[in-house]
Design a protein around this ligand. Structure first.
Ligand code: ATP
Length: 578
């Protein structure tokens, strides 16, 4: 398959506003792709040359790409810079300039594999002269491109592919391409939850078949999709529903999945990013304290003040998610990791073992408590004792408890009543914040107009349909500074038509790609015919009453990690219960 053919598919995907059409186009693409390149096509669809968790970056900023375009088309760099100023998208600039200035002697088309290999090479170039080498490499590729291919090519190293395709949509399309319907999608999803690697799944599915995909198991170095919690309103409801639980403190830091392969340690965030380089002290702790050749641990990392021996609040801990000054920050805000689960040990997956057994193995595996600390657990059947433990957690400044079913396996990527979070709350009010995705903004009047936004249209995630559905308009709770910030971010990702994965009856002044996640507090969830969250033919949707912004969550949550419609409905049902 040539890169030019692939780019035509990219173009079709970019211009559709319908998710079903997305699946259809993708499915045609997968059928057309030679099986041994399906993995490459899938990574390229996501603007990558490897799965998300592989820390490979092409590292090209606008300036470098401008230079490559100028060299490839034999024009002044200033022309490219000016066009970029006007269009704000180097993809479009490359397309237009290629149309205008393309040499009559355009070199022959390249295959997908050739382009993929060159882009992979970009990720390995470093050191002296690397800027020039990267510019030349992209220039050479551009000399082989027709205008549409040039547009999509330059967006890849800029990290600016505009296709808006979520992982569930790719799974749907793989199932539909291979089986003609979504029948076996669940099995593909299982493999995805264990390996987080869609490229690998696609390739194995088309080269070897479904049986081999099902055999894909937990692998050291590939993050397992995290198990998440459901909510229940109070201790009594927990015991009624779960009978007996393993209760653990809920630490408010960030989730770190630690992989140990002999001396090699890798760490992943909850949204599957590789964070290994950020936490040198955890690497050291893992090497020293994990008594196994290979292991995967599920942990929550928190900043710790060695002087006062206090755990610090989330706002402090989160300062450790950074790319620079890592060693200095590791000294200022050293982390401890509370280990609450073990998913793999000495070449054996443990995810199908019951929690009680995993905890037993975990306790045997961690030596000491210098940096990695095994989370204390208590098995309880009495709601009064559970309430006492919750009070104790709150008094200690923690978020609350996570209670877990003793016999449950580790359900990768699952959110169900195997794990339930219990937080502090006041009666009747919503007990938890809601993570929303910004779908667009509505122009403001008067003073607000200066900042370009009067209200945000926000949505939640429908994970069954891989769609973002509207749930609220938010106009309060934002300072002028925050409006400016949102405006700045939103402008970079605004799009001309409704993105295919957004489903909303309300039409904002400007649509943006569903990427920015915000945490929202509301007084209540109500039914509303205006919003599409949870709406069906004869039932109204759900909406937020008095919503206000609490924080930006884009650093640790992908749009697909936003609150789901299912969770929203659960929260609606639990409202008002003590
Ligand atoms: P929140 O914003 O309330 O943390 P969330 O959507 O990020 O919600 P939840 O599923 O609600 O995630 O809560 C689970 C999170 O709590 C885990 O992702 C993990 O980071 C954290 N956590 C802290 N302590 C524990 C524990 N003992 N067991 C499991 N998760 C824990």
């Amino acid at each position: 398959m040539t890169f030019s053919e692939l780019s035509n598919y990219f173009d079709k995907l970019e211009s559709t506003s319908s998710r079903l059409t997305l699946i259809d186009i993708l499915s045609q693409l997968f059928k057309k792709t030679p099986p041994d390149s399906i993995d490459k096509v899938i990574y390229l669809l996501q603007g990558r040359v490897a799965p998300f968790f592989a820390p490979l970056e092409m590292g090209m900023a606008d300036k470098m790409v401008e230079q490559s375009i100028a060299l490839a088309f034999g024009i002044q760099k200033e022309v490219v810079i000016k066009e970029n100023g006007l269009k704000g998208d180097l993809g479009l600039v490359a397309k237009d300039l290629s149309q205008k200035y393309r040499h009559s002697n355009k070199k022959e088309d390249l295959t997908v594999v050739q382009v993929f290999d060159s882009l992979t090479q970009l990720t390995t170039i470093s050191g002296v002269g690397s800027v020039d080498k990267k510019i030349t490499l992209l220039k050479v590729l551009l000399e082989h491109m027709d205008p549409v291919s040039a547009k999509h090519l330059v967006r890849i190293p800029l990290g600016n592919m505009r296709l808006g395709i979520g992982d569930p949509t790719i799974l749907d399309a793989l199932a539909s391409a291979k089986f003609g319907d979504k029948g076996h999608r669940k099995l593909l999803e299982g493999a995805y939850n264990r390996t987080s690697d869609l490229g690998l799944i696609g390739k194995i599915l088309f080269e070897k078949g479904l049986d081999s995909v099902q055999k894909l198991n937990v692998t050291i170095g590939k993050p397992i999709r995290s198990e998440l919690c459901e909510r229940l309103p109070n201790a009594q409801k927990v015991i009624e529903k779960m009978i007996e639980v393993d209760a653990q403190f809920k630490y408010d830091g960030f989730r770190v999945q630690i992989h140990k392969n002999n001396d090699e340690i890798t760490m992943f965030s909850r949204n599957l990013e590789n964070m290994t380089h950020m936490f040198p002290e955890l690497i050291e702790g893992a090497r020293k304290q994990i008594n196994a050749k290979t292991a995967i641990l599920d942990t929550e990392a928190l900043a710790f003040n060695p002087e006062s021996e206090e755990f610090l609040p989330f706002q402090e801990t989160t300062k450790r998610r950074r790319k620079y000054d890592i060693d200095e920050m590791a000294k200022r805000l050293p982390l401890k990791a509370f280990v609450f689960d073990i998913l793999y040990k000495n070449s054996k997956s443990l995810i199908d073992e019951p929690l009680s057994k995993r905890i037993e193995i975990l306790k045997e595996t961690i030596r000491g408590d210098e940096i990695l600390i095994v989370t204390k657990n208590q098995v309880l059947k009495d709601s009064k004792k559970l309430q006492l433990l919750l009070d104790d957690a709150i008094t200690k400044g923690l978020e609350g408890l996570v209670v877990k079913k003793l016999e449950s396996p580790y359900v990768a990527g699952g959110r169900n009543f195997n794990w339930v979070k219990l937080k502090r709350h006041s009666n009747g009010e919503l007990k938890d914040t809601i993570d929303c995705v910004i779908l667009g903004y509505i122009f403001g009047r008067g003073k607000r107009a200066e900042f370009g936004a009067g209200a945000l249209l926000v949505g939640v995630y429908d994970n069954k349909k891989d769609e973002f559905v509207s749930v609220s308009k938010i106009g309060t709770g934002l300072t002028d500074e925050e409006w400016r910030e949102i405006h700045k971010r939103a402008d970079k990702i605004k799009v001309e038509h409704k993105p295919a994965r957004i489903n909303s009856d309300l039409i904002p002044s400007v649509w943006i790609k569903p990427e920015i996640v915000i945490e929202v507090l509301a007084d209540e969830i109500t039914r509303s015919p205006l919003h599409t969250a949870g709406k069906s033919n004869d039932e109204p949707g759900y909406a937020l009453r008095f919503p206000r912004l609490v924080s930006f969550r884009s650093h640790d949550k992908k749009p697909e990690d936003a609150t789901t419609v299912k969770e929203l409905i659960e929260m609606f049902k639990q409202q008002g219960q003590k």
